[in-house]
Design a protein around this ligand. Structure first.
Ligand code: MF3
Ligand code: CO
Ligand code: CO
Length: 296
């Protein structure tokens, strides 16, 4: 999703917990005791709806369908196919399974999946483009099943990858894995972003800042925003029942991007490769569970 503008939280700003104290005199550096955190508080203060066991099971089922859709797509990816053929496959499979593709007509998006090739970071619109040997292609799938959303994406190789394609796909996969590994009650959103950014930079890659992960389940994009960069111990504290995506977009070159005339397709300014992996993650008492699990 597109990041909304917001002021950076300063040390002297009012604490987001609502105490009336300055942030530095209150919650900065203080871990909130998870036992005191209520469903009501997260709803009221952060507009976050924690998920019940029943909600979670429904998202898990939507997640299974999303993963099966990606498997189907993967089996068809080869040089010579169009990005629109991927859309048709995913769309038809989603409908056959009693679900609806969330992207279709979402804020005017004209297709049922996002298909993003090479220097396209995200939100590629399927069309007549023909995949060729050596391309990388991200397919982002979000079915709505029984009213619940699960959001997942992978980047695939088309034919034989070149070393630079192997590198950016590996690093972006590792960035998601590293971000997910931070998830547990008491950790913060900043911890997730920090870990992702550190891994990308360690590998000489950059992190896209304009698009972020997001709460998901009852709707396509719910609060909170999940930034893929940040500082340790900053931002919202994670509590059991939160469900959100982590979906770092990692560039081989610089982080800067532009959106093409279609109003959607986000492309690296330097036209170097960009790759992405996404999963829908539940915060559990013990740590996390992926509701769209695949090996990272
Ligand atoms: N699936 C994307 C995400 O991970 C959002 C796509 S919005 C669309 O948040 F309109 F392009 F489909
Ligand atoms: Co998403
Ligand atoms: Co997605």
């Amino acid at each position: 999703m597109k990041k909304k503008r917001s002021a950076r939280l300063g040390r002297n700003a009012p604490c987001p917990c609502g105490s009336g104290l300055k942030y530095k005199k209150c919650c900065l550096g203080k871990k909130e005791p998870v036992s005191n955190v209520s469903r009501k508080k997260y709803a009221k203060k952060h507009n976050i709806r924690l998920k019940t066991k029943a909600d979670i099971q429904a998202i898990r089922i939507a997640g299974k369908l999303a993963l099966k859709t990606l498997d189907l797509v993967e089996a068809h990816i080869r040089p010579g196919i169009t990005t629109d053929s991927i859309n048709t496959l995913a769309h038809d499979f989603t409908i056959q399974n009693g679900a609806t593709p969330a992207p279709l007509n979402y804020k005017g998006f004209p297709k049922s999946v996002c298909v993003s090739v090479n220097d396209v970071i995200c939100h590629g619109i399927p069309g007549p483009r023909i995949l060729k040997d050596g391309d990388i292609v991200n397919v982002d799938v979000t079915p709505i099943l029984n009213g619940y959303y699960a959001d997942v994406n992978k980047t695939f190789f088309v034919g034989n990858p070149k070393p630079e394609a192997q590198k950016i796909v590996r690093v972006s996969r590792e960035c998601l894995k590293t971000g997910i590994a931070m998830v547990r009650p008491g950790a913060t959103l900043g911890d997730i972003g920090w870990a992702i950014q550190r891994h990308a930079h360690k590998n000489g890659c950059s992190v896209v800042e304009e698009f972020v992960g997001h709460g998901v389940g009852f709707a396509f994009h719910e609060p909170p925003q999940v930034l893929h960069y940040g500082r340790r111990n900053e931002g919202l504290t994670l509590v059991p029942g939160m469900v959100f995506t982590i979906e770092p977009m990692i560039n081989l070159g610089k982080k800067n991007l532009h959106v093409s005339d279609d109003g959607w397709t986000a492309i690296t300014d330097d036209h170097f490769l960009s790759a992405q992996f996404e999963q829908t993650i539940l915060v559990t008492d013990a740590g996390y569970e992926s509701l769209t699990p695949f090996k990272l």
